[in-house]
Each structure stands twice: as structure tokens, then as C-alpha cells.
Design a protein around this ligand. Structure first.
Ligand SMILES: [Zn+2]
Length: 440
């Protein structure tokens, strides 16, 4: 279990405690439950002159999932961790749907409308809403954690690939000059670019070697655009040949390879844009902010022999990473962004016509869609058992609940107990990692 957050009676954050200590505080009546996700206690009496241990929040922003880890820099203990699933792709899909409906609605009335494209422009620094949603999610959680635990510093992985360091290995730091970190930067970039497969035969899951597309002996350079990944067999077979000569009999593969070699990584660029904006925004939080690169993260993680998960990646960000990380007691909290519902009064069909009646306030119960509930259904009913998760409300009082095992439907409201009011996120405790969770 991760540690439990504790607030002083005046709501000042104190040092997190172990689950065992939290249980003692609760059974002795010295504290009450403040929040269930993340589990937070509040003391009943103010402790004067409390000196909480300062913690560092480390953030690994990703396109689908961002990793969060709270690390005690002096002991190397990972105190708490979470994996935050974004709804960037859902935002994009929703905006597309809205665009289709609007287009349809406009073309239904065919009176002449003057062209309007010329008076539309985007202000400087515009970012797509899908990226803004991811940035806002991370900022929300930084601000929340600031209220619940003694945050003293932040670390952010700002660049996935340190492009600068790859082109000029001499630019900064001893690690770069020794070539260790530089190799990580480069390999990560190439693995991403060539989809972790041999570029010539497409074999995956085998050790891949860095190969020069135009061999060095024929004037090829060490620039990234001239590098690719090949399995040992292909690399040996190619030898000192030019790529045109080697792929003479496979023109399709040759064409695809040359195209891919020239295009820079577009999605990596999008992630980098999001990260640099996040970096700017986090500077306004008022805590010392450390930046790190993806290559450094991987270097730190492999040196400590840790598996690749979002939260462990987060714990390994930056030069401040303690020599020994204690991670064995942590179960990361799975956080999924769901947004705060929509303002549409009634649902519509694919042509933009109303499909349902206007929503009404539910009357039989006080639950609202997005609440975290615990339902205990008696054995005589179809969905007997205990279901814990995020519920979707219905006026009829028959809810559906999204649990770690999947969705259960038709749960009567009278069997449900509220665990936590809705706050735009769903929560699940996931051992190991969360990549398999249903997308919002
Ligand atoms: Zn191959």
C-alpha cells in the first residue's frame, strides 16, 4: 500500500503515514477520513509545531497516461504514486462529432452565407483542446496534492528526446561526454521512430542494432536522419552496401524506409509541445522546478533495475533521483479523467435532432453520475456481490458501476453507499500498472 495522507485539524498537510498507523489513528478516534481517493485523514486536534518531511512530486507527462510519484529525496522512499489517464483522444473525437453536426445543420438551410474563413484566426500560443485537457489534468493534480501533502519541489520530464544532445554530444555534462546518456537518448529516439522493429524485415522482439542507411564508408553521416534499426541478420547481410543496392528487389520497402527516414517524429513533437507548456505553467505554482529528459529517466530506471511503468518512470526523472529508490510497498492509484459531464440538455441522433427528453433531476436518490460508490448486492439478485467503482446515475434508480473488473449494470440505488463525491476523475487501485484500463 502507498502511504496515507494526513491533514492537521487546521487542514495544513502533515507527513504521510503508513496504513498501519492510519488504522490506529482511526480506531483511537484521533482522526477522521477526509477523502477516500487518495486516502486522506484529518486529525481531530491541532498538532502545534508540526514539521512535515518535505516531498518531491515527479511528473512524467504522456499522451495517454501521465505518471505521478511522490518521492522523499533524503530516504529515497516513494511515498505515493498514481497513473493519470487523460481524455485527450476523447476530447478530439467529441469536437469532431460536434463539427459534423454543425456542418450538417448549416447545410440544411441553404440561403447564401458570406465566407467567414478569412476572419478566423488563432491567437498566439494556441494549443489544441486535446492538449490543453492533458495539461489541465496534470495541473489539477499538482494543486490537489499541494493541499494534501507537504510538497517542497517538482520534477518534470520536459523532453522525451533531447534532440540537442543527440546532434552535438559535447554540449553539456560529463555523462553526455562519456557517451552513456547520449546513447540512451539516441536509442530511445530510434526505437520510437522505427516502431521497435527491424526496418528491413520488420521483425520485432529481437535485439536491434543501429545501422547507417548510407554506410559511413560511402559518405553517410552519423546524423539521426541517416540512422535506422536492423536485426543482426539484416545488418550483417547489408554490410557495406548502399540501401538502394541492398533493397533492389524490394522497391516498396525501400520507398517506405526512405520516406520514414526523412519525416521527423510528429507525435513526439506534439508531446514535446505539451510538455514545454506544462513546464511554463508549473513555474507559476511557486515550487522549485527541476527538468529532466526522457533519456536520463531511462538511464536512471535501468540502472536501478526497475520495470517500465508510468509511475516508476516518473520516480526516476531528473538528476535529483536518489541512488536507491524504495518502491516495493507502493500500489499506484489509477486515476482516469472523465470530465465534468456535458451541458447538452438532451442527447441527439447522428443528424443533430433530439433523441431523448430533456434531462431531469433525479428524485429517488441523491447520487450523481461520477460518484464513487460501494454496492453490496444480496445473493438472491442477478448481480450479487460487492461492486466498488464509479457509478452512472439513472432517474429510474438502476445504476451502472465501472469497477476494476469491468462494468456492472442494473444495480439498485438502495444497495449503494457513497464513498466519494464526483470530482471529474474515476479511481481504481491497480497492482503493477494500468495500461489495460478501459478508456474514458
Ligand atoms: Zn531484419
Amino acid at each position: 500500500m502507498s502511504k496515507v495522507f494526513v491533514l492537521n485539524a487546521n487542514k495544513q498537510p502533515l507527513s504521510p503515514v503508513s496504513p498501519a498507523r492510519a488504522r490506529i489513528l482511526l480506531t483511537k478516534g484521533q482522526a477522521a477520513v477526509y477523502r477516500s481517493y487518495p486516502f486522506t485523514l484529518i486529525l481531530r486536534h491541532v498538532i502545534e509545531a508540526a514539521v512535515p518531511v518535505p516531498l518531491r512530486l515527479k511528473i512524467d507527462p504522456g499522451a495517454r497516461v501521465s505518471g505521478l510519484a511522490l518521492v522523499n529525496d533524503t530516504t529515497g522512499e516513494v511515498v505515493w504514486a498514481a497513473e493519470l489517464a487523460h481524455r485527450g483522444f476523447a476530447v478530439k473525437a467529441k469536437l469532431y462529432d460536434r463539427g459534423v453536426v454543425r456542418r450538417n445543420r448549416r447545410s440544411r438551410k441553404t440561403r447564401y452565407r458570406g465566407p467567414r474563413w478569412a476572419n478566423r484566426q488563432r491567437c498566439a500560443g494556441w494549443l489544441p483542446p486535446s492538449l490543453l485537457s492533458r495539461i489541465a489534468n496534470v495541473l489539477t493534480w499538482v494543486k490537489r496534492l499541494q493541499r494534501w501533502c507537504p510538497l517542497a519541489a517538482l520534477s518534470l520530464e520536459v523532453v522525451k528526446f533531447d534532440l540537442q544532445a543527440m546532434q552535438n554530444p559535447e554540449i553539456s555534462g560529463r555523462a553526455y561526454q562519456q557517451g552513456e546518456l547520449m546513447g540512451y537518448e539516441l536509442r530511445e529516439y530510434l526505437l520510437h521512430k522505427w516502431h521497435r522493429k527491424c526496418a528491413y524485415c520488420g521483425k520485432a522482439g529481437v535485439p536491434l542494432q543501429i545501422d547507417h542507411i548510407v554506410p559511413r564508408g560511402r559518405g553517410g553521416t552519423d546524423r539521426v536522419s541517416n540512422l535506422t534499426l536492423a536485426c543482426e541478420r539484416c545488418n550483417q547481410a547489408k554490410g557495406d552496401q548502399d540501401v538502394q543496392a541492398f533493397l533492389k528487389r524490394k522497391p516498396a520497402v525501400l520507398q517506405r524506409m526512405l520516406n520514414e527516414a526523412r519525416t521527423p517524429l510528429r507525435d513526439a513533437a506534439a508531446v514535446n509541445t505539451m510538455r514545454s507548456r506544462l513546464y511554463e505553467q508549473l513555474q507559476g505554482v511557486g515550487l522549485p522546478l527541476e527538468s529532466g529528459s526522457g533519456g536520463r529517466t531511462k538511464y536512471n530506471r535501468t540502472r536501478r533495475g526497475l520495470p517500465k511503468t508510468h509511475w516508476l518512470d516518473a520516480a526516476c526523472i531528473g538528476a535529483s533521483t536518489p541512488e536507491e529508490l524504495q518502491t516495493s510497498r507502493v500500489t499506484p492509484l489509477g486515476i482516469t479523467a472523465y470530465g465534468h459531464g456535458c451541458r447538452q440538455v438532451c442527447l441527439m441522433d447522428e443528424h443533430g435532432f433530439p433523441r431523448t427528453k430533456p434531462k431531469r433531476k433525479p428524485t429517488k436518490h441523491t447520487f450523481r453520475t461520477g460518484d464513487q460508490v460501494r454496492a453490496v448486492v444480496p445473493a438472491r439478485l442477478t448481480h450479487a456481490g460487492v461492486h466498488v467503482g464509479r457509478m452512472a446515475s439513472k432517474a429510474s434508480g438502476a445504476f451502472s458501476i465501472t469497477t476494476a473488473q469491468g462494468r456492472v449494470t442494473d444495480i439498485g440505488y438502495r444497495y449503494c453507499v457513497l464513498i466519494q463525491h464526483r470530482d471529474g476523475y474515476g479511481y481504481l487501485h491497480v497492482k503493477g500498472g494500468r495500461d489495460f484500463l478501459p478508456a474514458p
